[in-house]
Design a protein around this ligand. Structure first.
Ligand SMILES: NC(=O)c1ccc[n+]([C@@H]2O[C@H](COP(=O)([O-])OP(=O)(O)OC[C@H]3O[C@@H](n4cnc5c(N)ncnc54)[C@H](O)[C@@H]3O)[C@@H](O)[C@H]2O)c1
Length: 362
């Protein structure tokens, strides 16, 4: 069992992130310290419910709980205001009261949706994250951000609502498709680049054997989760420290948007990291050899192979501008060296356009 106790500064709230292969069968034990009443409400998407619903509710029932499963269709479209309202009405119909626990069993979509629900249902009920995708294990389930989308854009409505527990069972990944694994892998690589060069060395050594080696996989998930947890604990509500988590995401988001979201998130972030490494060589003195081996590592995992043809102007237009300044400064997270990120303001647009062109030629 691997275990992190997270304390949020200036607040009484603390919670644990625990990781253990097979934990889904011992959830009742893991929940015991939270003193939740027997009636608990799981939210899952239909695919995860089909794969793991019976096993998880069976284990909870055997441990003395009376779990109810609420399902939503798989996919980003379920992160909607309408779905949030429907779930709240289901909870009411089932008689869920203020003490009840809401448990998200799934990827980031269900985590964001169920977290939002838990934060506003009867002004807030206890919430637990049971992430089933790699992305949710190392990123989305940690930090307390919840959200739903609006037609105008992603994550436009949301709250901060910290979970009471994050329970990670890496065995869920056995059924996760490769494309989904890559989304999480990009975030693990990111954690290494910004905070833990040793993690990168280990990933390079494991290479594609990562998913065949449960012990190393558990270790790597734990370290990446811990990096996110430490950064957000030090900076719960998005000031400069939390910004380092955007490494690779500035350009990544612009690429996703310019592709009309057909480019998967992990691939977009991977290209964004390749680009940030190049920009770091030019602006913050990252040694060129380090950038090259970073590129290699990312590509060896099957990420950032060839960038689809995208309109350059659309990419540049989608880059965020620093709202605190009047001029056209672009803000990037760059590296001075591995594990040494800097928030760089004022990257010149012509250089960005040039490096973008170079990346598209590969
Ligand atoms: N709150 C945060 O801090 C935060 C951070 C990053 C991302 N996010 C959000 O996370 C979402 C993306 O999350 P995601 O990538 O986990 O996507 P997801 O939740 O849609 O899951 C991806 C797919 O995998 C399936 N799946 C899940 N677990 C499985 C398993 N064990 N075996 C087989 N299939 C499984 C799901 O049914 C779904 O089809 C986005 O909405 C994003 O905005 C939130």
């Amino acid at each position: 069992l691997r275990d992190i106790l997270l304390t949020l500064p200036g607040r009484k709230h603390r919670y644990r992130i625990i990781l253990e292969p097979g934990l889904r069968r011992r959830l009742a034990e893991a929940l015991a310290p939270l003193n939740l009443p027997p009636r608990i409400f799981l939210v899952a998407d239909a695919r995860v419910a089909r794969l793991y619903g019976q096993e998880v509710t069976g284990a909870l029932s055997a441990g003395g709980y009376r779990p109810e499963m609420l399902t939503v269709p798989p996919g980003e479209r379920s992160k909607s205001w309408g779905m949030l309202k429907r779930l709240a009405q289901r909870l009411l119909a089932l008689g869920a009261d203020r003490a009840c626990g809401v448990l998200a069993l799934g990827g980031g979509v269900v985590g964001d949706l169920a977290g939002f629900l838990a934060s506003i249902y009867l002004r807030g009920v206890p919430f637990v994250q049971i992430p089933t995708t790699l992305l949710a294990m190392v990123d989305a389930s940690i930090g307390g951000k919840t959200a739903v989308n609006l037609p105008q854009g992603k994550n436009l409505l949301g709250t901060f609502h910290q979970p009471r527990l994050v329970a990670i069972d890496p065995e869920f990944l056995d059924t996760l498709p490769r494309r989904e694994r890559l989304n999480g892998l990009a975030e693990i690589l990111k954690a290494g680049f910004i905070r833990d060069p040793d993690l990168l060395t280990r990933l390079a050594a494991l290479h594609t054997r990562l998913f065949q080696d449960p012990e190393s996989l558990a270790d790597i998930i734990f370290r990446a989760a811990e990096i996110k947890a430490r950064v957000v604990a030090a900076d719960e509500k998005e000031a400069d420290l939390r910004r380092i988590l955007n490494f690779g995401h500035t350009l990544g988001h612009a690429l996703e948007q310019a592709s009309g979201f057909s480019l998967p998130h992990g691939q977009a972030v991977a290209f964004g990291m390749i680009f940030a490494l190049d920009l770091s060589v030019r602006l913050t003195g990252l040694p060129p050899d380090t950038a090259r081996s970073g590129h290699q590592l990312i590509r060896n995992f099957g990420l950032a192979q060839t960038l689809p043809a995208l309109d350059h102007d659309a990419i540049l237009a989608a880059l965020p501008q620093d709202k605190k300044r009047q001029d056209q400064d672009l803000v990037f997270v760059l590296l001075k060296d591995l594990g040494q990120p800097v928030i760089y303001r004022g990257a010149p647009l012509p250089l960005i356009a040039k490096l973008l062109g170079k990346m598209q030629e590969l």
